[in-house]
Write a new protein. Sequence first.
Length: 246
Amino acid sequence: MLKSLTQFAPVQITVAWLLANYMRFCAATKSWEHRGLEHRDSLVATQTGVVAAFWHSRIGLSFMGWDMKAHQHPTMLISRSREGDFIARFARTLNIGVVRGSSRNSRKDKAKGGLSAFRAMTRAVENNACMGLTIDGPRGPRQRASLGAIKLAQATGAPIMIFSWSVTHKMVAKSWDRFFVPYPFGRGVIIWKEPIYVPADADSDAMEALRLELETRLNAATQEADEACGGPIIEPAPARNPGQPS
């Protein structure tokens, strides 16, 4: 979807700025309903680091899930792809910090980049950031959680904040993630679910159970938000096969 925008830096900068401010305008002109706000507020009150989990399709208004005035500064993990370059510029325009993910090049570079990104995310959470991850990104499958947020929560001891949103006026793209492009005005619903805590001594079976619980809660929030806004209901893609890398 963004390929035509990712070739030249001046184009990226201009379009990212326009898109970020368009999203601000959409958010400002919506009549918002908040459900489960107590879950977010309880985490904000701790003034300590948080891991925030949401789907790739809901990046556009994901800033609505965070209290931008809170002690925890919002930060996002973004891939080192060309699309990621664009999204990083978009995020920075919205005053969201950025941690870049694994390399777009060789497998060795990807491994090194992934380790470097994980360390940077750990430092961000330990410095009391709200570290946001699109837990089915950057390539899917749609609305199927990877282990990334679970591993980060285990390493830092931080809770995972779970939220999703939907709006009445929008376009749903035909991309792998069914990306949501909101239009101004109308209604919006944002839903937080009970956070997840990952014990430091959780073994692989416990980690997988928590990954599935995270996926289930986030899909429940997404379906509830979509239903409240009159649909369409975006269904998850088929689940990963056992043993498929997360």
